[in-house]
Write a protein that binds this ligand. Structure first.
Ligand code: NAD
Length: 423
């Protein structure tokens, strides 16, 4: 079986060849500029030392400093981090940001460690990568199992190393230390804007639209709340502990209470008094719904289960939830896939706004941030939908083509083989 990166790379090369891009551009974008693996020695609470494998991948910085989150998860490996860094390169280009693509990760299940141990791991990670990150080089952010507090520890460690205040080295930090208003909800809100625009174009009625969401973390929970507020019916949600289902749809107050509680779904009760059914993750993915929104991890819809998906739209809120083979099956079955590099780009868009605010010292209101997010993401979404319709290509191909146009223009502007051969 191909690895996640093999698939991501294959998909990218196919798109670049389809566009007949210059071969220098294809060469530059087919592999990461730098992949770094380190082992972090960390003192445990009981006095012992444990080694944690960690990575930072800097995929491409033609358009600006590398940008991409840091994931803490037991399954993190170099292959996954390379894939995520490739997708960040495409995502930043697709929504017109002056940023490149990178990603980081530590192989750790944070649930098995104390908060103090997680802090030491976070600081050790920064000590190991401090030479290659920085506000003009590479700007990390949160991802799965990392949050504002972890960003705060990381900025503190980095600022001690470089001996100056450097809030712009990380985004997704708490507002009190230079974070942007609206950053926490940005990825879910951006996903909602992209989704709602699609539904309006296709004249769908929110109250008749049933949605199942896999993954009720930062992004999935905010998306569910924005969608419920707009009248869409959220009928199933899940996290690592359980998937829960309610045919009539969850009340907004229950979704909000679930988000606030930070408990596993398996331990929750509906505050509204409504009851729900517990189902399996497989059942959630294969539910008879209008929209399936995977918002957890990559490789969830594969060649094994793509034929069993009953939703009429797949909304990729997570990065890489649909494999290359599954994409082909869904295309044949005429199930459109709203692609990750567009749908979840709200996070990096507001991260970019945070970085701009840190560098200018001019801070914006939440309304200003959300308004700018809406404008930028809807502009990219409209361009993607129009191009897909006029060219009869998938939505993924349409958004990749938009990104690749920007990247290839930039790469070609410093010369290609033809330039140097006087052609
Ligand atoms: P998170 O850690 O806050 O939440 C992840 C959720 O997925 C949790 O509820 C977890 O329990 C659940 N989960 C994990 N494995 C699962 C499984 N097998 N079945 C069902 N649920 C499962 O992470 P997040 O920040 O919400 O990120 C989710 C996805 O969105 C990732 O793919 C991430 O790369 C992507 N993303 C996040 C951001 C951001 O700003 N946080 C930005 C862009 C993309």
């Amino acid at each position: 079986m191909n690895s996640t990166f093999d698939n991501a790379q294959k998909r990218l090369i196919q798109m670049m060849e389809g566009l007949n891009l210059n071969k220098d551009v294809i060469a530059r974008l087919s592999v990461p500029n730098r992949s770094m693996t380190i082992n972090l020695p960390v003192r445990m609470d009981d006095g012992s030392t444990e080694m944690f494998e960690a990575h930072r991948v800097q995929y491409n910085d033609t358009l600006g400093p590398y940008k991409g989150g840091i994931r803490f998860h037991q399954n993190v490996d170099l292959d996954e981090v390379k894939s995520l860094a490739l997708w960040m390169t495409i995502k930043c280009a697709a929504v017109g940001l002056p940023l490149g693509g990178g990603k980081g990760g530590v192989t750790i299940d944070p649930r098995n460690y104390s908060l103090k141990e997680v802090e030491r791991v976070s600081r050790a990670y920064i000590r190991a990568v401090s030479d290659i990150i920085g506000p003009d080089r590479d700007v990390p952010a949160p991802d799965v199992n990392t949050n504002g507090m972890i960003m705060g520890w990381m900025i503190d460690e980095y600022s001690h190393i470089v001996r100056k205040h450097q809030p712009a080295v990380m985004t997704g930090k708490p507002v009190g230390i230079g974070g942007s208003l609206g950053r926490d909800s940005a990825t879910g809100l951006g996903a909602f804007f992209v989704f709602d625009l699609w539904m309006k174009r296709n004249k769908k009625i929110p109250s008749e639209t049933r949605i199942a969401i896999q993954g009720f973390g930062n992004v999935g929970s905010f998306f569910s709340i924005f969608a419920a507020k707009a009248g869409y019916k959220i009928i199933a949600i899940s996290d690592v502990s359980a998937a829960i289902y309610r045919k009539e749809g969850f009340a907004l107050s229950d979704l909000t209470a679930f988000q606030k509680s930070r408990k596993n779904l398996i331990d929750l009760k509906c505050e509204s008094g409504a009851t729900y059914e517990t189902i399996s993750n497989k059942e959630l993915l294969e539910l008879d719904v209008d929209v399936l929104a995977p918002a957890a991890l990559e490789n969830q819809i594969t060649s094994e289960n793509a034929k069993d998906i009953r939703a009429s739209l797949v909304l990729e809120i997570a990065n890489g939830p649909v494999t290359l083979e599954a994409d082909e099956i869904l295309e044949k079955r005429k199930i459109p896939v709203l692609p990750d590099v567009l749908v979840n780009s709200g996070g990096v868009i507001v991260s970019y706004y945070e970085w701009v605010q840190n560098r200018t010292g001019d801070y914006w209101t939440e309304d200003q941030v959300n308004h700018k997010l809406k404008e930028r993401i809807e502009d990219a979404a409209s361009a993607c939908y129009n191009h897909s319709t006029s060219s009869d290509k998938t939505l993924r191909t349409a958004i990749y083509e938009r990104a690749l146009k920007r990247l290839s223009d930039a790469i070609e502007s410093t010369g290609t083989q033809e330039t140097f051969n006087g052609k």
